[in-house]
Structure formats: structure tokens, C-alpha cells
Design a protein around this ligand. Structure first.
Ligand SMILES: [Zn+2]
Length: 328
């Protein structure tokens, strides 16, 4: 049967992917409700109050060797309404007339991923577009649930289904593609990026060691150590260095740091989420994905990776043995 990729979240009063739900759940202030509740998104199933279960939607995602991807699953005891698309068998894709071999292979690769993002609109600093990642109002958490499908876009229109400006969601797609696809399949995936155009997913993400001071409009990523906390803020040191030309004309490796100020955290809508991730008792290791810019400070011979807005930064906990494995 098909993998359920979208469900209606009663608490958020909108159709969500599991990643959106997890992101919103962890962004709630403590004490949080025990769990979010979900119904099948198909209107006739919603009418019947057919529940859908969620796995790992209440924990920060970890970039570990065992990728415990959050996902939805069916309740055995809850029969879905006739015609529910989530009860259909997964049809193996067939090459359509006029579809090139390349396009078909690309479609096959995409079909292996749970939530492939077609279009990514990088967050604009200082502007939190409430419709960018979602289908509705974000301020409904904790409000009494409305009856199903009232004042809400119908499932069939699904604006934003494969479109997002939530970096976390795109990062999950990228990580999943690395775990589930072959090298060739992964090279085929393409992404529309607002302000850039069409780009291969693997080119939009750039490992820090392949970046330079000129790198812009890319998701730069690498393993990092949480060096210390500054109140709600934090300073990370990356394991990778980047090459910088010194005054003598010689190129040398320079350490890279990323600092987020307490003010940035406090003013961020997802501060509870960030707090939860940073309070990591087990290991100080993280993997950071950032859309920012690199700045060299010759006084201290360090490079800072600066992000203007915390929505341009995705922080994943990493397992203790992750210090060496900084390339995906
Ligand atoms: Zn259903």
C-alpha cells in the first residue's frame, strides 16, 4: 500500500507532512500536549474520523546511522472510506508517452522518497510568511479543533504539497535521498529554488569543505561541535576548514565557526524547537545546514558562517561517532 505522506492534523487544523508536524510540535512551549492527533486527509475519511498514527513526530531528528525517519502509518482497526487514495496499491510508475528516458528516470528516483520537495523558497530574513510551508494559519495550535474541512483548502488543491520554505523539510529530503537512492538516482533529482531557478538537489547542498568565501545561495553544511552556550545562544565550531588566501598570497586552511546570539533565538518563532535540540545531554556533536555567507576575520584567523535569520539554519543532532563522517 501507499506510504501516507500527508495527514490532517487536528491540533494544527491543516494538512501536514510529518516533518512539518514534527517541526510545529517541537516549536510549542513546554508543557506540550502529549502528542498531536491526526486524521486521514481524504475528505470522506475525515468525515468518518479515520485516525492516522504518527511515529517519531515528537522527537528532534537525528542524523544517525540508523535513520529513524518520522512517518505516518495506518491504524489496523480503522477502515478508510471507499475511494481513499491512501488505501490504493503503490502502482509501479510506467513511462508515459512523450516522456524522455531522463524524465522518467528522474520520476522513478523521486517516487522512492517519502516527501520530495519540488520547490524551495529560501526564507526571507525578517519576513515570516505563514502560508509558505503550510496551508493555513499557524496560530491555531491549542485552539479548539474545528470540524473537519471548514474554511480550509480542499485536499485536492493542496497548495504547498511539494513546496516549502522550511529548510528543515528540504534537509530531510536531502538526507533521505542519500540513504535511499543510488548515486546515479540522486544526481537526477532537481529542485526549483526561488531566486535561483532549477538546480540539481546535490548542487544546491554544498559541503563546507567545498565552499569558499564567495559561496552564496547554497545550503552549506558540515559536522560541528557545540563549543559553548551564551544564554539561549550558541557557538559552534565546524570540523571542516576552508581555504583562505593570506596576505602573503599563500592559501591556508582556516577554522569555521557559527554563532547564534541569544537575541536571535529569543526572537525566533521556533525558539522552543532550537532550545530542545541544543539541550543535548548525550553528545555535543551536531550537523548544521545553513543558507548564509562566510566572512573572514584576519585578526583571529577564523571564518564565520553568518545566518541572518534562524529559519536559514537547520540544526541536527549527530551521534557521538559523527566527528569524522562529515560528508553525505
Ligand atoms: Zn483514508
Amino acid at each position: 500500500m501507499k506510504t501516507i505522506t500527508h495527514a490532517y492534523c487536528i491540533d494544527l487544523d491543516r494538512i501536514v507532512t510529518i516533518d512539518e508536524a514534527r517541526f510545529e510540535y517541537l516549536s510549542l512551549p513546554s508543557p506540550r500536549p502529549p502528542r498531536f492527533r491526526y486524521l486521514c486527509e481524504y475528505p470522506a475519511c475525515q468525515e468518518k474520523q479515520v485516525r492516522v498514527a504518527a511515529v517519531n513526530d515528537d522527537k528532534p531528528i537525528e542524523e544517525s546511522n540508523v535513520f529513524k525517519a518520522p512517518h505516518f502509518r495506518r491504524w489496523q482497526q480503522e477502515p478508510h472510506a471507499a475511494g481513499c487514495p491512501w488505501m490504493e496499491d503503490e502502482a509501479s510508475p510506467v513511462q508515459e508517452e512523450g516522456e524522455s528516458d531522463n524524465d522518467f528516470q528522474r520520476r522513478l528516483a523521486r517516487a522512492k522518497l517519502t516527501d520530495f520537495i519540488d520547490r524551495f523558497d529560501p526564507p526571507v530574513p525578517g519576513y515570516d510568511d505563514p502560508t509558505s510551508s503550510t496551508n493555513g494559519d499557524q496560530n491555531t495550535v491549542g485552539a479548539p479543533p474545528k470540524p473537519p474541512h471548514q474554511d480550509r483548502p480542499q485536499a485536492s488543491s493542496r497548495p504547498g504539497k511539494h513546496r516549502t520554505s522550511v529548510l528543515d523539510r528540504l534537509v530531510n529530503t536531502y538526507i533521505e535521498s542519500g540513504k535511499l537512492l543510488s548515486w546515479e538516482e540522486r544526481q537526477r533529482l532537481e529542485l526549483q529554488v526561488g531566486g535561483i531557478g532549477t538546480i540539481r538537489l546535490v548542487d544546491y547542498f554544498q559541503s563546507l569543505k567545498r565552499c569558499s568565501l564567495q559561496t552564496r545561495d547554497r545550503v552549506m553544511y558540515g559536522g560541528a561541535n557545540l563549543e559553548r552556550r551564551y544564554g539561549e545562544g550558541a557557538l559552534f565550531h565546524f570540523f571542516d576548514t576552508i581555504a583562505v588566501e593570506g596576505p602573503d598570497g599563500e592559501t591556508k586552511p582556516v577554522k569555521v565557526r557559527l554563532y547564534i546570539s541569544p537575541k536571535q533565538v529569543v526572537s525566533c518563532r521556533h525558539r522552543h524547537y532550537i532550545k530542545e535540540i541544543l539541550e543535548n545531554e548525550e553528545t555535543p556533536y551536531y550537523r548544521l545546514y545553513a543558507i548564509g555567507s562566510l566572512h573572514y576575520d584576519p585578526r583571529y584567523r577564523t571564518v564565520s558562517l553568518q545566518v541572518e535569520d534562524l529559519r536559514q539554519l537547520s540544526i541536527l543532532r549527530a551521534p557521538p561517532n559523527s566527528r569524522k563522517s562529515t560528508s553525505t
